[in-house]
Design a protein around this ligand. Structure first.
Ligand SMILES: Cc1cc2nc3c(=O)[nH]c(=O)nc-3n(C[C@H](O)[C@H](O)[C@H](O)COP(=O)(O)OP(=O)(O)OC[C@H]3O[C@@H](n4cnc5c(N)ncnc54)[C@H](O)[C@@H]3O)c2cc1C
Length: 297
């Protein structure tokens, strides 16, 4: 029995999409397909699913809105677990709970409608709440780690509540990068007038207007301590460098833009940039983007 049939048999009601296209579900717009994607609708279903995939040793990975993900080319006999049905948003008077599949835009709108400030710096970041917790997304002023009270996640097939310390947040990292599926997060909420929230949101959005357009994963590399990866790449003369359909943006050298290229093109370009930067400056750039690593067929 194939993986999709196996999952359909075990989870008859689960949201499933066969032949799931990676290029259609990632902002970089390249990559092949996986046998199926499955979308649990609550924490219990996510736990049962992850336990089953682990026990059967079925190759799988997790996906939010795919804004920081470099998929693989080819067809993978594997499963993608998505958060897109985990869309709950609740404010209990003290804290705001958002399901992992809530997008940044929906989170900001809900917060503004309820007069809850503090999320404005995330305006315009393409993200799901789950992906943002995994990546500790944010901008200079504020990261997810600054607003998280608890993260609800599935680890080893069990539902667990992580304190901020146990999330082990760092620069573009967290404990959730170790095969733990985020189900949702509880956020600190600061009461604030809606007009003020909307004004600050507009300011943060305006700051992003200068970012490169086109298909990308945002910043490719983490900024080395006290430096800008984009400026380092620029100083090495790599703006505009291309492999196949992928090139280093001329506007912001930490962005790789894909115009019809393959994942192999993007991957090779990343390697070349790293090699050139290392040989010219001695700096080894750390990748911010996350690669989907699944078994091929
Ligand atoms: C144009 C552009 C601008 C950007 N600007 C910024 C910025 O200003 N600041 C910033 O921090 N980032 C930025 N990014 C990167 C990206 O928006 C963030 O990293 C965001 O948090 C990714 O969320 P996502 O849902 O797309 O994650 P995905 O790309 O779907 O996933 C990222 C990683 O998390 C894993 N994952 C996703 N969901 C879950 C889950 N529920 N449980 C466990 N693992 C999961 C995936 O397997 C993958 O390893 C930008 C990207 C783009 C394309």
């Amino acid at each position: 029995m194939g993986v999709c049939a196996l999952l359909r048999d075990k989870f008859p009601a689960i949201g499933m999409e066969r032949n799931f296209s990676l290029s259609h579900h990632t902002t970089i717009g390249c990559g092949g397909s996986v046998a199926c994607s499955v979308s649990p609708s609550d924490a219990e279903e996510a736990a049962a699913l992850c336990a089953f995939l682990g026990k059967r040793r079925i190759s799988h990975a997790f996906l939010g809105v795919g804004a920081n993900t470099l998929p693989q080319d080819g067809e993978m006999d594997a499963v993608l677990v998505r958060s897109d049905l985990l869309k709950g948003l609740v404010f209990d008077g003290n804290a705001l709970f958002a399901g992992a599949g809530v997008t940044g835009g929906a989170l900001l709108k809900f917060a503004a409608d309820h007069g809850l400030g503090g999320f404005e710096p995330f305006a315009g970041i393409p993200m799901s709440v789950g992906g943002a917790c995994v990546m500790n997304a944010g901008v200079r002023e504020r990261h997810i780690s600054d607003v998280v009270l608890r993260v609800l996640a599935v680890s080893g097939g069990r539902i667990m509540s992580f304190s901020p310390a146990s999330c082990r947040f760092g620069e573009k990292m967290s404990v959730f990068q170790e095969g733990i599926f985020v189900v949702g997060a509880l956020f600190r909420a600061e009461h604030s007038p809606k007009e003020k929230i909307l004004g600050r949101t507009a300011d943060f959005l305006a700051r992003r207007a200068a970012l490169p357009k086109g298909r990308s994963m945002g910043c490719t590399f983490v900024n080395p301590e006290g430096e800008s990866a984009g400026e380092i790449i620029d100083r090495c003369g790599l703006k505009g460098l291309s492999v196949g359909g992928a090139h280093v943006s001329r506007i912001h050298a930490n962005f790789i833009i894909n115009e019809g290229g393959t994942s192999a093109d993007v991957s090779r370009l990343i390697e070349i940039v790293k090699e050139e930067v290392l040989s010219k400056t001695g700096i080894l750039l750390r990748e911010e983007i996350r690669r989907l690593t699944l078994q091929g067929t």
